[in-house]
Ligand binder design. Structure first.
Ligand code: MN
Ligand code: MN
Length: 479
């Protein structure tokens, strides 16, 4: 051991000065910092358990903002330096703002993330009883990019919102409390998989229409009923939530993994949970904002929905929500504000598209080109461009803006690395960056690396969660 240490100390000074080598974020971490990091991780785990849908995430973070002095924009009369306000949109978008000393026309510092995650949505007419088997099932339509086979044979929970025939709104969460029942998708036994399932390609191991959730097997005590097991389920939903079958049509019911977020590893250095893409950035961007006092430029944490299915719809980043929110802020400051000022504000804003990148998976290293791959535990990842097939459909941030953010992270000692999503022709993906850039603002993708992305159990590193809080905090205060 001693000999090795000596050798590395005698390494080339010139190489150290001129070369680029990201170091582990664990390097030189003090006990005190480690304690702080663990506290943030515990809060994060609480959030993941409480916010398994976009609506729940927004409710949880809104309460956190309220506790820290943020008020709904329409309840605030005057905006001055340091005023904390927020707005929400249809319960699925959130913009939390701290007013800066500079005019809004000079632009905002925005950290934008998304709170939707891949899952199984119930179909509009989902419930049926399986022939003479006496089993009740719910048909689903998956949301976002999932590997369908990963959703079979795990405990599942039902979360969502139903608008009843009367117009009344009912929220449902079943499968989270220890005493709750859970649901599941029954995979085929290996003994009989040979011809039917084993010959399929992996993405078709379980097919879309096979993602059916088992919800019951007990017949209702009603002699005249034709579908007694299905009727038992309907009767349960009616007694507990006032629902009838037609109400599924006006509902957003999501099937998500039923288990809780957990610390992973003997050293408890990792967090394993569903929905970390991208609630890890939603959470850390809001946490980072809480510590901002009187920024020069107005700071905004911005949470979107629908990123996983292309960012369309009124709650996706392609809607006018951001523009309207900045307009509302300007109008509150000056009822005679000009449209030109709003356009300037958008143009002069700076944004981090806070989203996850793929950490190198030790079992499947070769989809990455290691010199430009993200490693968990190495701090926040600067991703200059995303896209696929030759940077296609990518924002590709300017060298100037990347330079600004890199300088910031170095000056604040935030551990960071630079990476692409995978090998050049391997695949690809996108974020909200290119849509924010349509306002002609500078945008850069910056978020943690995670393992097993889009799986029902994604893995992040505590040290990266902490790095994100510090990175986003520094960005809000960037002049
Ligand atoms: Mn994402
Ligand atoms: Mn994603």
């Amino acid at each position: 051991m001693a000999a090795k240490k000596k050798a590395s100390k005698e390494g080339s000074k010139k190489e150290e000065k001129l070369g680029f080598k990201p170091t582990s974020a664990w390097d030189g971490m003090t006990k005190r910092t480690q304690n702080k990091m663990n506290k943030v991780a515990q809060e994060y785990i609480k959030f993941l358990d409480a916010g398994k849908t976009e609506r729940e995430a927004v409710v949880y973070l809104t309460a956190l903002l309220e506790k820290n002095g943020f008020k709904p924009l329409d309840k605030v009369k005057r905006l001055s330096v340091g005023t904390r306000v927020y707005t929400t949109n249809r319960g699925k978008n959130l913009a939390a703002v701290i007013i800066g000393s500079e005019p809004l026309e000079n632009g905002l510092n925005i950290v934008a993330s998304h709170v939707d995650a891949p899952r199984l949505d119930l179909k509009q007419n989902p419930l049926y009883e399986s022939g003479d088997l006496g089993l009740a099932l719910l048909r689903t339509h998956y949301y976002g990019g999932i590997k369908k086979y990963q959703w079979a044979s795990i405990p599942l929970a039902l979360h969502g919102t139903v608008i009843l025939a009367s117009g009344k709104t009912v929220d449902i969460v079943i499968g989270e409390k220890d005493e709750d029942p859970v649901f599941t998708i029954t995979d085929l036994l290996p003994h009989l998989s040979g011809k039917k399932q084993n010959v399929r390609k992996l993405p078709d191991g379980i097919r879309g229409e096979e993602l059916q959730v088992l919800v019951g097997s007990m017949p209702i005590n009603d002699e005249k009923a034709k579908k007694k097991v299905k009727l038992f389920v309907l009767d349960y939903l009616n007694k507990n939530y006032g629902m009838v079958e037609e109400d599924f049509v006006s509902a957003e019911l999501e099937i998500v993994p039923a288990y809780k977020a957990r610390e992973v590893g003997l050293d408890r250095s990792l967090v394993g949970a569903y929905g970390q893409d991208d609630r890890i950035c939603a959470f850390t961007s809001v946490m980072a904002l809480l510590d901002v006092k009187k920024p020069k430029r107005t700071a905004m944490a911005l949470l979107f929905d629908k990123e996983e299915i292309g960012s369309d719809g009124p709650t996706g980043v392609k809607s006018k929500y951001l523009m309207n929110t900045i307009g509302d802020l300007m109008e509150k400051k000056n009822p005679n504000y000009r449209d030109a000022g709003l356009r300037r504000s958008l143009e002069l804003s700076m944004a981090l598209s806070a989203d996850v990148n793929a950490g190198v998976n030790p079992i499947f290293k070769d989809v990455h080109e290691m010199q430009n791959a993200a490693k968990i535990g190495y701090g926040i990842v600067i991703t200059k461009f995303t896209g696929s097939g030759g940077k296609y459909m990518s924002n590709d941030a300017t060298a100037e803006f990347v330079g600004k953010v890199r300088k910031l992270y170095n000056s604040k000692k935030v551990p960071w690395q630079a990476a692409e999503l995978g090998k050049v022709d391997e695949g690809g993906g996108g974020t909200v960056a290119k849509f924010l850039a349509q306002h002609n603002m500078d945008v850069l993708d910056c978020g943690p690396a995670i393992l097993a992305m889009h799986s029902p159990f994604e893995i992040s590193s505590k040290v990266d969660i902490f790095a994100c809080v510090n990175a986003y905090n520094a960005f809000y205060e960037l002049k």
